[in-house]
Design a protein around this ligand. Structure first.
Ligand code: AMP
Ligand code: MG
Length: 518
């Protein structure tokens, strides 16, 4: 474990509150506050990611060592670690919320691995910080497990996101009102160690602008570009504009990727938006089962559906506009920020059509393809068709002789299959005619489609089953899900892990809707 080579730039290059005081407060004029993780009683390593271990040049022996357990449950700092919570603000559900900050995340420092990559380590659920407000700084096992599994699932789907090294049960209970119905109960607590090149959020910039701390804002911008955007030349006169443009581009690409696999983040507040374009903060996220653009897993958002599946691109832009507002306080002109936003629109449009062309096996996107693809999404919604199952099935269509039967497995309801069969068949014929326009074979198209349409997604009900089993001490489903998540595009994944949502899961908490309580 002493192999970890720490090089903590965030705390050495940016000002912090070094008093170490834990009590909740506004921290003016700083980007971070020194904290100590609160020790836990009976830590128990439930799972770790071998892939992330390797990134950090650690071995399985390391993962099973006392040092590992003690360090990643928050009981001991290893040599080179500096524990701190960072200060950020954010727009939550459309409103400025002021200072938020790492209320239960505690960074341990930045590791330089043998490849020269920088990876920041951060515990989630390791106790109170100055940003905990009236909460406890802890996290429950169910939400920690969801974060741990999904971090790794996203990575193997090829979608940028924070990674997860370990999941450690604390042996302590925390009180949560899971359904927000006035019935708080004790639940087992856990700590996840997340790992990412940077945990900087839009909100880190917003809070400094809101406070009028412009010199510090400029410093954070320069630091971020220097550490996290090596491709931007800070000597160039338009480095600021190039940087913001890249932030816009990454954000556009990220939401396109979410749509590709039917992922709904659930809480796209600006404090949950990564400046380097990662999926960040896995809370009440979910994966759409029957395709529905208005679907959100987040019960808090049930009424407005601000963060539903199809709202993610416009919300990403709205969030970038709020970031631009903050950056404008130190930028030489607002127009260069507007250029970035326009670049978002362009990247989004081209990204969406490239993504859709891939999903439908089209070698080139033509203008008429918009109507073709929109019409099937509309049908899928009306007939309650499972999105993931549909695209895997569609890959098997014969261009010469399309058959409706191959899509049957994607339907949840037989009567809806029957009542929509003529419409689906008519669409298949249009689709086959479109395929016939390209130089391609069924086999080549199937292989291409199966590389972008996953067979395995971390369906909400599967994650919930893993939580239920883990709560009873059975970790086997977690391991099975982790293994499947490593090969999400393979055909030979156990049917039990790729089955459509069963009916019992439609209204079960955790399977269809999730509260933010975590
Ligand atoms: P989230 O909804 O998880 O993105 O969190 C929004 C804000 O609330 C962030 O500042 C979190 O650090 C803080 N927060 C959420 N849960 C807790 C908790 N249990 N203890 C302390 N702070 C929390
Ligand atoms: Mg958050």
């Amino acid at each position: 474990m002493n192999k970890l080579n720490f090089n903590n730039r965030f705390v050495t290059e940016l000002p912090g509150d070094e008093t170490g005081m834990q009590q909740s407060r506004q921290t003016q004029g700083v980007c971070w506050a020194a904290v100590s993780p609160t020790p836990v009683q009976r830590p128990n390593l439930l799972a770790y990611s071998s892939d992330v271990l390797r990134i950090l040049n650690l071995s399985d022996d390391d993962a099973n060592s006392d040092d590992f357990l003690a360090a990643f449950c928050g009981n001991r700092l290893l040599p080179g670690m500096t524990a701190y919570a960072s200060c950020y603000g954010g727009h939550q559900f459309g409103n400025w919320a002021g200072q938020l900050g790492d209320g239960r995340a505690i960074a341990l420092g930045e590791v330089l691995n043998n490849e020269g990559e920088r990876w920041e380590l951060q515990l989630k659920g390791a106790g109170m910080t100055p940003y905990s407000r009236r909460a406890d700084g802890r996290a429950v096992l169910r939400s920690s497990l969801r974060e741990f599994l999904c971090s790794e699932a996203m990575h193997h789907l090829g979608i940028p996101g924070t990674r997860a090294l370990s999941l450690i049960a604390t042996g302590e209970n925390v009180m949560r009102d899971m359904l927000y119905d006035g019935n708080p109960a004790l639940e087992p607590g856990a700590v996840v160690c997340r790992v990412a090149p940077s945990f900087t959020r839009f909100g880190h910039f917003e809070i400094l602008a809101a406070r009028g701390e412009y010199a510090l804002l400029q410093r954070l911008i320069d630091f971020t570009i220097d550490r996290d955007f090596p491709q931007i030349d800070r000597q160039s006169p338009d480095y600021f504009a190039s940087w913001f443009k890249l932030v816009c581009e990454r954000t556009a690409r990220l939401v396109v990727e979410w749509l590709r696999v039917g992922f709904v983040h659930g809480v796209m507040n600006t404090d949950n938006m990564s400046i380097i374009g990662l999926t960040l903060d896995y809370g009440p996220y979910g994966w759409v089962d029957n395709f529905d653009p208005g679907w959100t897993p987040n019960t808090t958002d049930e009424e407005w559906r601000r963060y539903s599946l199809a709202q993610q691109p416009p919300v990403a832009r709205w969030n970038l506009e709020r970031l631009a507002d903050a950056l404008a306080t130190v930028a030489t002109s607002r127009s260069m920020l507007n250029e970035g936003l326009v670049h978002f629109d362009v990247t989004l449009q081209t990204g969406l059509s490239t993504m859709l062309a891939g999903k439908f096996g089209l070698l080139e996107w033509q203008e008429e393809d918009a109507a073709l693809t929109e019409s099937i999404f509309e049908l899928m919604q009306r007939a309650e068709v499972d999105m993931t199952e549909f695209f895997r099935a569609l890959a098997n269509v014969s261009q010469q002789a399309p058959e409706l039967g191959i899509l049957r497995s994607a339907f949840y309801r037989e009567p809806l299959y029957q009542s929509h069969s003529a419409l689906f068949y008519a669409w298949l014929e249009r689709y086959a005619a479109r395929l016939a326009q390209q130089q391609d074979t069924d086999e080549a198209r199937r292989i291409r489609m199966n590389l972008v349409n996953p067979r395995f997604i971390l369906r909400n009900y599967l994650a919930q089953q893993a939580i239920d089993a883990a709560t009873n001490g059975d970790m086997s489903l977690i391991h099975a899900l982790m293994e499947a998540a490593r090969h999400p595009y393979d055909d030979d994944i156990s049917a039990a892990l790729t089955a459509k949502r069963p009916d019992w899961a439609i209204n079960k908490p955790g399977c269809s809707m999730l509260s933010c309580s975590s």
